[in-house]
Design a binder for this molecule. Structure first.
Ligand SMILES: *Cc1c(COP(=O)(O)O)cnc(C)c1O
Length: 419
């Protein structure tokens, strides 16, 4: 008889902060020396550490990764009404800053090899919208996108490339760190990221003038004058020196976290060998992810019936088959947290009027025929790649404090969903 699996006594998180000790020391130092503002040694030090790690020239500590992306979009010169090509299967914060500047995101479909922006669809998008000159690309779940191809296409069209490396700090593409591959790049220290400040982010660039602008804009755009003199629009986006203390304490543990996350990924991969499941893929030859989140994708023929509305989901259990909803609900029963794949932007109600480009061209012609996230085409085939991965995929509990024994139980729970 199969072994009984008990509900986990404490919750197994998708990805939670892991503190090590030095964080409190640097926060306390800020307190004791009274550098309790957006200036101080912690901030200086983490900007230096980020440049050293990523290999870029300039880093500006900001209140969030979203703020960093907003500054990047502003640096790229996005004007009201400008179309901007953006990753489609990503977190909303990748694309919202385009809207803050009045720009209009046009979403580029995903490819199966890395679950990131599809270079072929990006080429197609430049055929449809040749005037576009800014591209925002995310490295989903810590897996680098096909950067060579994407950069080549951007260069051909004279487009500025912005990298959203919020999830991928420490990941490399052809030996180069993500966060160094675009012109203006963003990283995040939000609570669930690979290292955290509890919040915070950074703009990374090799452009000195750009870094200086962001330093100025993020501290209310004050001019050099005896009084508060303003010639440009300012923001209160600078990182606190206390938060920077947490980040400073975390930096030395980045590689350790990555090694733990990689071990988790490989344990899942090996544990799922007999199941109709694949892990989130990456370009083994050219890239080394940071393995921030482990994800799985169910083979089409092993999917049971699943229907998703805008806010809820239903499924019908079937022997030998399963679906993300069944697996996520089952994991939750055992007190483990998984999550659906980030719902693609072109499927989000707020962006339903925005352009969407697949390999075949304008993806809206067919996609507008459905409203909600569960819909599929005539012969039950998904209409685009992002939609397909969203339908069949899910993020697995990927907390670096999860023990191998607990992970083995999670693997067993998932196996039983397919019985
Ligand atoms: C977390 C995240 C952001 C935003 O970072 P914050 O620091 O939370 O503002 C942006 N893009 C992606 C892909 C993210 O995962």
């Amino acid at each position: 008889m199969a072994k009984k699996i008990e509900k986990f006594p404490s919750k197994i998180w998708l990805s939670s902060p892991t503190m090590h000790g030095p964080e409190i020391k640097y926060m306390t130092e800020a307190y004791q020396t009274n550098w309790m503002s957006t200036v101080g040694e912690n901030l200086n030090e983490i900007e230096r550490l980020a440049c050293e790690k990523v290999g870029c020239q300039y880093a500006v500590g900001l209140s969030s990764g979203t703020a960093a992306l907003h500054m990047a979009v502003k640096l790229a010169g996005v004007q009201p009404g400008d179309r901007v090509f953006c990753s489609d299967m990503t977190f909303g914060a990748t694309v919202n800053p385009v809207r803050y500047e009045g720009g209009e995101p046009v979403f580029i479909d995903t490819e199966y090899d890395t679950w990131n922006m599809d270079p072929i669809a990006l080429s197609k998008a430049f055929e449809l919208y040749p005037e576009v000159n800014v591209v925002v690309v995310a490295h989903l779940y810590g897996t680098p996108c096909k950067m060579n191809e994407i950069r080549e296409i951007c260069n051909q069209h004279g487009a500025v490339l912005i990298e959203d490396a919020a999830e991928s700090l420490g990941a490399t593409y052809k030996g180069i760190q993500t966060g160094k591959l675009g012109k203006y790049n963003a990283i995040s220290f939000n609570g669930n990221k690979i290292i955290t400040g509890s919040s915070g982010g950074m703009l990374l660039t090799d452009d000195e003038e750009a870094a200086q602008k962001v330093r100025k804009w993020s501290t209310q755009a004050r001019e050099n004058a005896p009084w508060y003199q303003h010639e440009e629009l300012g923001y209160n986006y600078r990182m606190s020196n206390v938060i920077a203390g947490v980040v400073r304490g975390q930096f030395p543990y980045l590689e350790e976290h990555i090694a733990q996350k990689k071990a988790i990924y490989e344990r899942y991969r090996d544990g799922f060998l007999d199941l109709p499941i694949e892990m989130n893929p990456y370009d083994v030859k050219n890239s080394e992810p940071n393995f921030w989140l482990s994800c799985m994708l169910i083979h089409p023929q092993a999917m049971c019936k699943q229907v998703r509305g805008e806010r809820e989901a239903l499924y019908i259990s079937e022997p030998g088959k399963s679906c993300p909803t069944e697996i996520l609900e089952t994991l939750a029963k055992y007190n483990a947290e998984g999550r659906p794949i980030w719902k693609p932007m072109h499927m989000q109600p707020i962006y339903r009027m925005n352009g969407f480009v697949t390999r075949e061209g304008n993806g809206r012609g067919k996609t507008n025929a459905y409203i909600n996230g569960g819909a599929v085409g005539k012969d039950n085939k998904p209409l685009d790649v992002g939609m397909d991965i969203f339908r069949r995929g899910l993020c697995l509990p990927s907390d670096n404090k999860m023990t191998p024994e607990i992970q083995d139980c999670i693997i067993e729970i998932i196996k039983r969903c397919f019985l």
